[in-house]
Design a protein around this ligand. Sequence first.
Ligand code: HEC
Ligand code: HEC
Length: 507
Amino acid sequence: MRRATRSRGGALVAAALVLSGACCLVLAGDAKSPKQTASTTGPKPSVSEQATVDVAASTLEQARQALARDAWRRELRFAEAVDPGRSLRSTRISQQEIDQGRWTVEELFAVGGRVFDATFTIADGLGDGGGLLRVHRGERGGPDAFGCRDCHFRGGPAGSGDASANAYLTGDGATQRSALSRNPPSLAGAGLVELLAAEMSRELQAIRTRLAEQASRSGESARGKLTALGVEFGWLTVGADGRLDAKEVEGVDADLVLRPFGRKGRFATLRETIEEKLRIHHGMQTTRLAASGDPARVGAHRRPDPDGDGIVDEIVEGQLTALTTFVALQEMPTVEPPQGGLVPVTMWAEGRRRFESLGCASCHTVSLRLERPTLSLPSREADAALKLDLSRDGRGPRLQLQTADESYRVFLHSDLKRHDMGPALAESRDEAGIPRGQFITPPLWGLSRSGPWLHDGRAPTIEDAILLHGGEAQASRDRFAALSEKERASLRVYLTSLTRARRLVAP
Ligand code: HEC
Ligand code: HEC
């Protein structure tokens, strides 16, 4: 068995593992002197080696669960053969019951997982009666796939998608060039992204309120710096007449609401993102959208069946809540430095430092601090909200409380701001008022399992993704390009350690 020396690198590794809430596999080592390999030969087992035995047991347990799940899915296929549509129908749960607290979070996660894994059919309401449409037709969308898993599968459950799973948004229904080409991002940690964005929006709005009070008290305009969870969003001025001047606001909309979802940062909540995804990728309309959506988006046939496929209530509100719960409770990605086999851990530590010195961290903010782990999913039908505890609910690894300061550190590697990335990455047109060259800083957590990279998946390697940075990131990119090959390698090693916990899945 090999042990890491108590070098600076070692200490950093320990810190990264503990802080990131890394999974059992990597935490198996004694945190003060991390064990590098799970070798079976060597001296008498120490406490940390016994932990390795537990890991082995849990790996076996994982294998057992994966096989049991596979067997269960086979049974479900038989049941589906007898009674087509049975599985998706069983997810049509009532929002009222959710609002009354009659569903546990665990049950909702399970129901939502079935919607995520479902194959939507014409009998369920897929599309509007026609076939698939690879390139979307304006705001109406595709459909371009039969289920969420068709695109979000790479690198683990609810993962990213290959370049061939790209979606071609708001095109002319025929030619690829007319559309905005987008690669499916990984959904791991999505609940935390919503929680962080909501917290930051709250902080920014509190500053706005303070400035408004100050302006009204003093009778003079008030200008203040916008900072949320340590991230700066420029300046806001409130005139003596209470009017807002958002000219100096940066990286967020003038209403100070962070919208972290979609590559351009279009949606604030998972619920609205997913409602939109169901509609554009599958033509599965929620009852609510079918009743009140803009005809350009949902179709111009008579309500309550605006897409005119003869199916109403394609997705009921309870199903949307369950699916949202499932996505929100995906695991948190981890930081897993090399274990000393082929690559020394000191190289990782060097890359970690370089990530700061090159200026990557000025946008890819390494960690953000949360006080509370609770994500609230408000009901749209009643004055009720589903509370998800991201330190306890859902798939692990999860958020972990730092005993040192009683808070939670999220190793997101993003400031959740929009940045201009220059002409080479810019798209052919703006989207919903967001300039063509602007994208939201993608969280780099889970990076090594979420390729290909960049908004349209044009980068087959992480290094390509870095070299394609321009605009606001030009200086940082140039500093990277000027490094020696060995120095660049250390940064690549660091970025490769941003990953997801190992887990066994049956396909
Ligand atoms: C055809 C491929 C495809 C299918 C099918 C698909 N997605 Fe996506 N998904 C994408 C793409 C591409 C994006 C990025 C969209 C953008 O940039 O606006 C995305 C983004 C998302 C996001 C926002 C993530 C983020 O961090 O920005 C969520 C959440 C999501 N999808 C959930 C789902 C769910 C749930 C389903 C099934 C109902 C689904 N998707 C089906 C391709 C797909
Ligand atoms: C000015 C802000 C900014 C700086 C500085 C910056 N980035 Fe980025 N980064 C972004 C944005 C925005 C994107 C998304 C661009 C796109 O999708 O076209 C991105 C994308 C990436 C991606 C691809 C992620 C994915 O999931 O597709 C990687 C990897 C990355 N950056 C690494 C780095 C590294 C390493 C550095 C430092 C050398 C760096 N970035 C500096 C803003 C920045």
